[in-house]
Design a protein around this ligand. Structure first.
Ligand code: UD1
Ligand code: UDP
Length: 377
């Protein structure tokens, strides 16, 4: 029987973390699948960290990252280069993930080639085209051209149904980030000794990199951190700073060389997952960390005005605080001052998955074998 030829395409750190379980699962099912991996390398160092951890050796590496790249160049580079990869590989299905420019341009390129697309982490929405920017539109476009949908939660299923996506193409799988997190936490014992964290202090883990936070919002976030550290001698802040130069300029300009604020380079995923576990509170505008931290029972303050991940907000583990300095300070101070309020936020919840999303995705692709091999969209 002809194997289903699956081309998995990703380009950034979070896509790689969340696609790694799918690639590993495809490799385990060699009788049914031929697995081909193409990385655009929209990210370079931060992507390579993940490839090493999961031992993924790509068949194609487009190596497109440029310093301080813009969306136009990035989009057109991926769009064009993927055309050649499709011609060489003739896949039955292209798997894309989430909402990056790699996702958008690969989806569009596959659509032009009339190759069916499977969208992992489909259906997330804020319904605001500028929050997050450009990710909201990236995922809307990916969903409008996809043929198979792998949304992580019931709410994301409902978003797709509202857009008239046929129900028989939608598979509720959970988020593969939980597969990746459990695999990493169980298979890697990474100790954090190198970070020299003070064990007597409460650790606040901070990350911020969203484009809509560049400039004044990120400055407000940094101001809030300074105030919190001044007010609370029992806390320390650790911030693995994203490699985007727009982030680094502001963050190093405002938070470098301050007592109890540690700016470090992006961490490998295994120590980072461990650092989440050891932290007291998380402040982030990341998508993935909003999904990981609740499952490890950590309160999360989201430095965004809107989230496409409302599930843990509804449960109470995650609070949206945006980028207003006072709001961030007051919200964090509230749970620093009250153990009761802290405990209310810190109960573990896992609305995003059970660690078995990747096998469900593989099973769904198998069920669509005839449709994919005959390629009748
Ligand atoms: C991208 C995604 C965003 C995702 C984020 C995850 C888009 C438009 N944005 O944002 O959705 O949340 O990745 O981290 O798809 N850089 C390096 N080395 C790296 C990675 C980045 O030097 O390994 C620097 C480069 O100068 C690069 C810049 O960061 O030009 C921006 O990278 P880009 O992928 O365009 O944007 P991100 O902010 O990383
Ligand atoms: N992460 C990591 N090292 C770090 C910071 C984050 O491995 O120094 C992981 C994190 O656990 C999560 C993913 O990277 O799985 C999130 O990536 P990012 O915040 O860059 O992107 P987003 O999820 O917002 O698209």
């Amino acid at each position: 029987m002809e194997k289903i030829r699956v081309l998995s395409v990703f380009g950034t750190r979070p896509e790689a973390i969340k696609m790694a379980p799918v690639v590993m699962e495809l490799e385990k099912n060699k009788d049914d699948f031929e697995s081909i991996v193409c990385i655009t390398a929209q990210h370079r160092e931060m992507l390579d960290q993940v490839l090493n951890l999961f031992n993924i050796k790509p068949d194609f590496d487009l190596n497109i990252m440029k310093h301080n790249q813009d969306l136009w160049t990035l989009t057109s580079d991926v769009l064009l280069q993927m055309k050649e990869v499709f011609e060489k590989t003739q896949p039955h299905i292209v798997l894309v993930h989430g909402d990056t420019t790699t996702t958008l341009a690969t989806s569009l390129s596959a659509f032009y080639a009339k190759i069916p697309i499977g969208h992992v982490e489909a259906g997330l929405r804020t319904f605001n085209k500028y929050y997050p920017f450009p990710e909201e539109i990236n995922r809307v476009v990916a969903d409008s051209v996809a043929s198979l949908y792998f949304p992580p939660t019931q709410q994301s299923v409902e978003n797709l149904l509202r857009e008239n996506i046929p129900e028989n193409r939608i598979y509720l799988t959970g988020n593969t980030v939980i597969d990746a997190l459990l695999y990493t936490v169980n298979n890697n014992k990474s100790d954090l000794a190198d970070l020299n964290l003070d064990k007597n202090l409460k650790t606040i883990l901070l990350t911020s990199h969203r484009r809509e936070n560049f400039g004044a919002p990120l400055e407000n976030i940094c101001s809030a951190i300074k105030i919190l550290v001044e007010k609370n001698p029992d806390i320390q802040v650790i911030y693995p700073v994203h490699l985007n130069p727009n982030v680094r300029k502001t963050v190093f300009g405002m938070l470098d060389n301050i007592d109890r604020i540690k700016l470090i380079e992006p961490l490998d995923y295994a120590p980072f997952a461990n650092l989440i576990k050891q932290s007291y509170i998380i402040l982030t505008d990341s998508g993935g960390i909003q999904e990981e931290a609740p499952s490890l029972g950590k309160p999360v303050f989201v430095l965004r005005e809107e989230t496409e991940r409302p599930e843990a907000v509804e449960f109470g583990t995650v609070k949206l605080v945006g980028s207003n300095t006072d709001k961030i300070v007051n919200s964090v101070q509230e749970i620093l001052d009250s153990k009761e309020k802290y405990d209310q936020m810190a109960s573990a919840t896992n609305p995003y998955g059970d660690g078995l999303a990747a096998p469900r995705i593989i099973q769904a692709i198998k069920e669509n074998r005839d449709f994919l091999i005959k390629n009748k969209n």
